[in-house]
Ligand binder design. Structure first.
Ligand code: ASP
Length: 451
């Protein structure tokens, strides 16, 4: 996306750091306030009106503002993400390999995260009566925002159901997969049509994306207050148990990310690229540090490009192509985080996710790898969307926001290192292409790094 890197750099001004602190303060104060109420004033008469007329409505306002922006954001990100793959036409084999690699490795990542969360059940064990009461409150609020997508379909119907017969009704029904299908299809259409008018249309989608991101940035300013309200409501109801569950959640996210980073990536490197994983991790340290400190794949792109060329010594044309596409379209850490979070919150609120629901979550997480912006907190709107789709109270977002900063730093490292692994593997298999088809116009796949 043109100029995106610059925009992101601007976005990551000193304000972003301050906002994170404010969110953390809101989180801690809400948690402490709620726990005090849980311990000393659980049955006090004032608690109910405070929750009903103050904390609950404030939280709902924040969520509605966020949901309002999700459809324009996801549609524009997907359309532009696919249309930007225009270089595929020029790089043929490399493009197709990148696509196939991304889909397979993202699927492995999401499968690991879903398996680990099902196995460890970090969110389970909350008093079922309380959880159900919470669920009733939550889903009531959530219903107005997000209708549960039409009755879960199975088998052939589920596959046919991916294709919307009417895109407007798919949007209003919140049929996320169908909307994503349309956006992908539209993106392919845009990719195949070239001319001044379609170029203008693509720019318009880029404009929609930029405006949506800007507005989400504004809404996020309200996060400290909203997080305070969510945490207050939840901890007044669940007390200390909430903290224990949250710690378990953080541990499971780190475990899942660790399995991909130190299990799957070394295997891919050793077997598909004949590269020593330890050497690889040493050579890519600079990119890891950058990703960890900025929490943004896009902001880390210039460093990743330099590392690929100077340290890993990958052919520039291939690495530039794979890394540029990967910064937005290959986000293993993000896909894993989204999977763990949705399952954790479902367990926490006692929502039984059927196999069909879990497959739905998996598919969305894989697609979300393409649709999630590579900026700090980019996962947030996508998680909100998936929660609504599987009937988990979106208020659960408040629960994870307080710990999101640290987990964002960790998952971004996986996103960026995952792109470098992809570039290494694809380069190893494209030496023929490097010599014949790929060399030539060096600027074709060069990313636009205007900073
Ligand atoms: N911060 C992540 C990235 O830039 C996106 C996310 O998962 O929030 O890669």
């Amino acid at each position: 996306m043109t100029g995106e890197v610059v925009a992101i750099e601007e976005e990551k001004g000193p304000d972003y750091g301050r906002l994170q602190w404010r969110i953390l303060i809101g989180f801690v104060l809400g948690l402490l306030g709620g726990i005090l109420v849980y311990t000393f004033a659980r049955d006090a008469a004032w608690v109910e009106p405070v929750v009903t007329y103050v904390t609950n409505p404030l939280g709902q306002v924040f969520l509605r503002l966020l949901f309002m922006l999700v459809i324009p954001l996801i549609v524009s990100a997907l359309v532009v993400g696919i249309a930007d793959m225009g270089e595929i036409r020029a790089l043929k084999k490399v493009g197709i390999r990148t696509l196939v690699y991304t889909v397979i490795v993202s699927s492995i990542a999401v499968a690991i995260s879903i398996a680990v969360t099902n196995l460890i059940q970090p969110g389970a064990g909350v008093d079922p009566v309380e959880a159900r009461a919470m669920l009733a409150d939550g889903s009531e609020g959530a219903q107005g925002i997000l209708e549960r997508s039409s009755e879960a379909k199975v088998g052939v119907d589920a596959v046919i159901g991916l294709i919307p017969s009417n895109i407007i009704s798919a949007m209003s029904d919140n049929d996320i997969l169908a909307v994503m299908f349309f956006a992908l299809f539209f993106g392919i259409g845009l990719l195949l049509t070239s001319g001044p008018r379609t170029e203008t249309l693509k720019q318009a989608f880029e404009g929609v994306f930029e405006v949506s991101m800007k507005l989400i940035g504004l809404v996020i300013q309200l996060a400290p207050i909203a997080v305070f309200c969510f945490m207050f409501n939840l901890s007044a109801q669940f007390g200390w148990e909430l903290l224990i569950k949250l710690a378990a959640f953080v541990a499971v996210v780190l475990l899942a990310l660790g399995l991909q980073m130190f299990g799957v990536f070394p295997l891919l490197l050793a077997f598909l690229a004949k590269k020593n994983p330890i050497t690889f991790f040493k050579e890519t340290r600079e990119a890891s540090v950058m990703a960890f400190s900025t929490s943004s794949s896009n902001a880390s792109l210039p460093t990743a490009l330099r590392v690929a060329e100077t340290r890993l010594k990958l052919p520039p044309r291939i690495s530039r192509f794979v890394l540029t596409i990967g910064a937005t379209a290959n986000q293993n850490g993000t896909a894993m985080f989204e999977g763990v979070t949705v399952l954790f919150l479902a367990q926490f609120f006692g929502v039984d996710l059927t196999l069909g629901d879990q497959i739905f979550v998996m598919l969305i997480c894989i697609l979300a790898g393409i649709g999630t912006a590579g900026v700090p907190g980019g996962s947030l709107p996508v998680i909100a969307l998936i929660l609504g789709g599987v009937g988990v109270p979106p208020e659960g977002i408040g629960l994870i926001l307080g710990v999101d900063r640290f987990l964002d730093m960790c998952r971004t490292v996986l996103n960026v290192i995952g792109d470098l692994v992809a570039a290494t593997v694809i380069s190893a298999h494209s030496t023929d292409v490097t010599g014949a088809e790929v060399t030539g116009d060096e600027t074709l796949a060069a990313p636009e790094l205007s900073s």
